[in-house]
Ligand binder design. Sequence first.
Ligand SMILES: Nc1ncnc2c1ncn2[C@@H]1O[C@H](COP(=O)(O)OP(=O)(O)O)[C@@H](O)[C@H]1O
Ligand SMILES: [Mg+2]
Length: 420
Amino acid sequence: MPLSDFLDGLKDNPYFGAGFGLVGVGTALAVARKGAQVGMVFFRRNYMITLEVPSRDKSYHWLLSWITKHATHTQHLSVETSYMAHESGRVHTQFDFHPSPGNHIIWYGRKWIRVERTREKQMLNLQTGTPWESITFTALGRDRQIFFNILQEARELALKQEEGRTVMYTAMGGEWRPFGFPRRRRPLSSVVLEAGVAERLVDDVKDFIGNPRWYTDRGIPYRRGYLLFGPPGCGKSSFITALAGELGYSICLMSLSDRTLSDDRLNHLLSVAPQQSIILLEDVDAAFVSRELLPTENPLAYQGMGRLTFSGLLNSLDGVASSEARIVFMTTNFIDRLDPALIRPGRVDLKQYIGHCTAWQLAQMFRRFYPDQPPSEGDRFAKLALAVHTEISAAQVQGHFLLHKMDPAGSIDDVAQIRG
Ligand SMILES: Nc1ncnc2c1ncn2[C@@H]1O[C@H](COP(=O)(O)OP(=O)(O)O)[C@@H](O)[C@H]1O
Ligand SMILES: [Mg+2]
């Protein structure tokens, strides 16, 4: 069929004809819509202000809490569950409610503010493996001050929550996320180490923090590494938590046996760690164990379990790029399983053995737990305990006291049961 015939045929088709008639209306609608769009764009440009906060920004989490506090009417929440299994077997979970992705309207500063939390379904943050998120605030008017006020309030709110508390961060992909609510600071005095040990460590760290000039003047990277070693349950982790509290620092907890950890990611994480924080590498020997105990001499020891190589670990620890004070604490139950390169001076500047309880520690712990008892009872307890067992961990002492909460005499009588 020639083309002209085909077109003629179309003209007679009633549907096509009707469609043709509608084009006029359609165009008018399209123009109107376009006009409205242009108008909206104009309105937005001139009479609305917006602020976008991406999830990687520090204030993002502050703002989430701020929104939760202000969007009291919102019925659409999402939950963030923090879960942590302690070595003691205690499991800690916590639910945080946040406004869910979508729109929320907040009345603030005598203005309506639209808050839109968006989550990109298609797009993952490649570094963190988490969905890309952002919050956008939109307000009428031209005054940016309102956003400053919000940011400031959000920050103050967050800082108030953190006051007197220790924030724990864990690595999520390429960033550090606060883990659960900040915990109440653990007082240093609650961790009873052998006489002088805690003081030695605290003085060293304080001295380091107080003297950045010494390092910059000599062109030495401003970092200091510590290794606490010794049997489990003797206070390595507790001491570091208490130390962070004493300094007003947060803790960035990093697990080397994390299978998704690569050289690049570790390096990145160490360079973006929050200011005033202690990087804590717990049980650094465990990376070896999970590799089914390859010979520890093997410099590629960490390979195979993840993409983290031993040399990658060393490079990250040396942290050439960091200009911030960098405090790294490592703990291990088995110092002899560690490669000497990992703990040589410059990477680990101070090693401290945290061992089983001495008589002094036992007496001290007794007196702390039963403050009403005459001090001599503490000495009696210590002597009896060490007569039965020479290797007692502070965790065992603590457990023993808890079994005899109100009964100091019973705690002494039953001392043979101290190791459970
Ligand atoms: N020196 C200590 N003084 C007081 N409590 C201690 C001490 N050592 C351990 N504990 C208690 O025992 C438990 C385990 O201690 P932790 O610090 O995790 O030991 P580590 O890290 O050396 O294995 C914690 O509940 C802690 O309160
Ligand atoms: Mg520990």
